[in-house]
Design a protein around this ligand. Structure first.
Ligand code: AMP
Length: 504
């Protein structure tokens, strides 16, 4: 099938040509005709299948048929869970609609609303939004959804995962009953299936290749490596200059920052993108990565959702995810739209169980790279650190007000201990876990180590002889206690002798 066969406007065909697309992807071939004709649609497809164009192109075609000149109400609404996805969808509308006079804008939380409100006031045809900010601006009277003709609910399952489903339902309640609705979801959990029954009318169903088969196009490799040596292995792999655009996944925000820091120390420029980064920092990191200014972007799963980088050649799982579907989502960032891609995964002993689940999901073994400088040498589980339970918030605030240090962060000395194996790793290949040090520092001001009090009897070869109990002086008489006791004794004897004398 060709784009010409989809009966698209010449302006849209030209834009698609400019993008370098040769043929519609399966979801585009299946979804564009019914959406162009005004039908409701339910699309089971994940990011990377070309689903954005599958709804953006026919929406643009429908809207351009009736451009309202003076009054410009919002006529198409795309609701998507993350800021990154929202920005990319808007960018796609701009690109596909560049030869049409359709106005698009995007709104999302985490940034000031001023410029967004200004853009809305100029009048827009297509609004791409995240649910929280949309409800906010509706409540403030900046947005009216009464003229919506087409509503797209994108990544519905993610909305559910991220706890946005109530906000989504609030948005739906604001929409006119008479409208076209398109729902896209990679998976179809019960709640989404139920929601789809209430918002779609006689929908066309389109399902593209299930997740696991997308994986076929990707060259997957597994490196078994100890946790402390992952950073060295990463630097070793990045020496391959053919890997020009690499997305590294970590499971935590802290982990992402640490990887960036370690790479920086070895002279490799990288940036992190995660939930603790402000919107400006996230956009800057993404832009630097897309433009090739930096070669490595380190991301957590939520932040990476919807990262759309055409030439992404390689994905590295610095840590394996404990949910196997996440592995498929991650590696699906490379090898998009029929291009080949490389997915490299690091796996330490603790992660072998996750690997088993992943291989079960994708239905094959991930090929192991045996020959590398940092092979796994620790074949036992990392002992878990037991932290004391955190007191309730109110109590912590009370303690903090009283000046007590109640931080649950490790003390400086502990943090150094945790980093100890990594610090010595360049010279020593095998990392030996260092036993945890007590949280309370046992360092003397002079810098000498002092054994903790409870351990003193065991640390000294001589046990001190027990001391007699001390006698407290009650009398102010300066004579020695023995003399005092003797004189008291004499007084008692004299008293008794007098008592025994008969009365005269
Ligand atoms: P999406 O699933 O919409 O996030 O799209 C994934 C990637 O595929 C984006 O980088 C699109 O630019 C690209 N793409 C979409 N449709 C096509 C197509 N027909 N041919 C080639 N690439 C495409």
């Amino acid at each position: 099938m060709t784009f010409q066969e989809l009966q698209l406007l010449p302006q849209l065909l030209r834009a698609v040509e400019d993008m370098g697309y040769e043929a519609p992807s399966p979801i585009q071939a299946a979804a564009i005709p019914p959406v162009r004709d005004g039908r409701d649609l339910i699309g089971c497809a994940q990011t990377g299948t070309g689903k954005t164009a599958a709804f953006a192109i026919p929406i643009l075609q429908r809207l351009s048929g009736r451009v309202t000149k003076s009054h410009r109400p919002i006529r198409a609404l795309v609701l998507t869970p993350t800021r990154e996805l929202a920005l990319q969808i808007k960018e796609n509308f701009d690109l596909y609609g560049k030869y049409l006079s359709i106005r698009n804008t995007v709104i999302f939380g985490g940034v000031g609303q001023g410029p967004q409100v200004e853009a809305l006031e100029k009048g827009v045809d297509v609004l791409v939004a995240t649910p929280g900010r949309l409800n906010d601006l509706c409540n403030q009277g900046h947005i009216d959804l009464a003229d919506i003709e087409t509503f797209v609910l994108d990544e519905a399952d993610r909305m559910l995962d991220m706890g946005f489903i109530h906000d989504v339902k609030k948005v739906i309640a604001r929409l006119p009953k008479q409208r076209q609705t398109l729902l896209f979801s990679a998976t179809m959990p019960h709640e989404i299936a139920e929601l789809s029954k209430t918002i779609l009318v006689d929908p066309v169903r389109v399902e593209v290749t299930p997740q696991s088969s997308t994986v076929e196009a990707i060259d997957q490799r597994l490196y078994k490596v100890d946790k402390a040596n992952k950073k060295h292995l990463l630097q070793y792999i990045l020496q391959d200059s053919t890997l020009d655009s690499v997305l590294v996944f970590t499971n935590t925000k802290h982990g992402a920052d640490r990887v960036v820091k370690d790479l920086g120390r070895s002279g490799i420029a990288a940036m992190a993108i995660h939930g603790n980064k402000g919107q400006t920092a996230r956009v800057k990191a993404l832009e630097s990565f897309k433009s090739g200014e930096i070669r490595v972007l380190v991301a957590t799963d939520i932040a990476a959702r919807g990262i759309d980088v055409n030439e992404l050649g390689c994905v590295i799982n610095y840590e394996l995810p404990n949910v196997p579907e996440t592995y498929v989502h991650r590696i699906g960032r490379t090898g998009r739209a029929g291009r080949s891609g490389i997915a490299i995964s690091f796996c330490n002993f603790d992660e072998l169980a996750y690997l088993k689940d992943i291989e079960k999901l994708i239905g094959k073994k991930v090929p192991v790279v045996e020959d590398h400088p940092w092979p796994m040498e620790i074949f036992e589980a990392t002992p878990k650190t037991v932290r004391p339970p955190r007191p309730p918030r109110a109590e912590r605030q009370k303690q903090a007000a009283g000046g007590t240090n109640v931080s649950d962060k490790p003390t400086k000395s502990t943090a150094r201990t945790e980093n100890a194996p990594a610090a010595t790793a360049p010279a020593v290949k095998k990392a030996v876990p260092v036993p945890e040090q007590p949280l309370v520092s046992t360092r003397r001001p002079s810098g000498q180590r002092e054994a903790p009090a409870a351990e003193a009897p065991f640390s000294s070869p001589e046990v001190a002889a027990p001391q007699p109990p001390k006698i407290r002086r009650l009398s102010s008489d300066p004579r020695p206690i023995g003399r005092l006791m003797a004189s008291a004794d004499g007084r008692r004897k004299r008293r008794n002798r007098n008592r025994q004398q008969p009365e005269k």
